[in-house]
Design a protein around this ligand. Structure first.
Ligand SMILES: [Zn+2]
Length: 349
């Protein structure tokens, strides 16, 4: 069964609710069966929706949030109708509320596509030329809702220029592009137990994003849960956004040497060496993993990246013991804490 609207992995907030259609439905920490179960919900219980991602929906619980499969819930009609209603309602809100702090963006390319909703599945409603200014009405991880006196709609963040004035010390408001390595038909390396690297990298990316958001940073993903995105597109996205740091997440594998272990951070341009040093150092502190150090690495996502960019190899999936450790939330959390601490030092110096 398929309910609700397709938002191609964007993280959007809706004032909608789900009603559970299955008894003892598992609630998990993330959008997938590989995430830990945290509690169960029951038939006919209703919850507010925080966001939707592909086949999963994040719901508001009395003690936090969690994810359930859309297969076992119905989503209230409210949100499917919203796409049509939004335009008028929000236009009015903006006009009658001029005191709201305004944030403006400029279009980066000629003939940029403006869409009816926040995703490439929505129809194109207009085009805007390079240099055109818009007021930002709302934003999610990937899209801005924008308007000026001629046009209103949604534009991908990769197509706009954000004023530099927001740059300051500290991690707050910093744009951090999180690149979960591989995806879709590119599964990456294969673990000792036959799992794919692309799923490990996505899981770590989700956790990192969650922690960054809690600190007031602006994390942006280069890919949705399981889609193929070229290496060039990943670097391009970083270059066109107001990126303060780009972090590519990978896991290693050397099946013929199953005892190999350790973490390593790569950089390409000299400007990224400091970021690499700080993240590697802090990850070592948190995980006590074997330190493989920082290394110059000729990777396309780093080489073509104009922003401070690092590529993390977080451990060897071919090592059966390491794989089991890497599958635990506790160890994932340690790695992410190391990354966050490295970023905090980087932005606070
Ligand atoms: Zn990889």
């Amino acid at each position: 069964m398929f309910t609700g609207i397709v938002i191609s992995g964007s993280q959007l907030a809706y004032a909608a609710s789900v009603t559970v259609q299955h008894d003892n439905l598992n609630v998990r920490t993330g959008p997938g069966t590989n995430y830990e179960q945290i509690q169960k919900v029951h038939t006919n219980e209703t919850f507010s929706i925080i966001q939707e991602q592909e086949e999963w929906v994040e719901i508001e619980l009395s003690n936090g949030t969690g994810w359930v499969s859309k297969e076992y819930v119905t989503i209230s009609e409210e949100d499917t109708e919203e796409a049509d209603a939004t335009e008028d309602v929000e236009a009015e809100t903006v006009q009658t509320n001029p005191s709201t702090e305004t944030n403006t963006i400029k279009i980066y390319y000629d003939h940029s596509q403006i869409r009816k909703g926040p995703g490439t599945t929505y129809p194109i409603t207009d085009f805007a030329d390079k240099g055109t200014s818009f007021e930002v009405i709302s934003a999610d991880d990937e899209w801005y809702e924008i308007k000026n006196n001629q046009i209103q709609g949604f534009i991908h963040k990769g197509l706009v220029d954000v004023p530099q004035s927001k740059r300051s010390s500290g991690i707050k408001h910093k744009t951090i592009v999180i690149d979960a390595g591989h995806g879709g038909r590119d599964v990456g390396s294969i673990s000792a137990s036959g799992e794919y690297e692309k799923d490990f990298t996505y899981r770590t990316a989700q956790l990192l994003s969650h922690e960054l958001k809690a600190l007031g940073a602006n994390p942006i993903f280069t890919r949705n849960e399981d889609e193929f995105i070229s290496l060039a597109s990943r670097a391009t996205l970083s270059n066109f956004l107001d990126t303060d740091a780009f972090i590519s997440i990978h896991y290693n594998s050397v099946p013929e040497l199953p005892n190999v272990e350790g973490m390593e951070t790569f950089y390409y341009h000299d400007q990224s060496k400091e970021l690499a040093t700080l993240i590697q150092k802090e990850m070592m502190k948190e995980t006590e993993s074997r330190d493989r150090g920082i290394t110059y690495g000729d990777y396309q996502v780093l080489r073509q990246n104009l922003k401070p960019a690092v590529l993390l190899e977080l451990g060897f999936l071919s090592n059966p013991e390491m794989e089991q450790l890497l599958l635990t939330d506790a160890y994932q959390k340690k790695m992410v804490t190391g990354m966050i601490n490295g970023l905090l030092y980087y932005f606070n110096q």
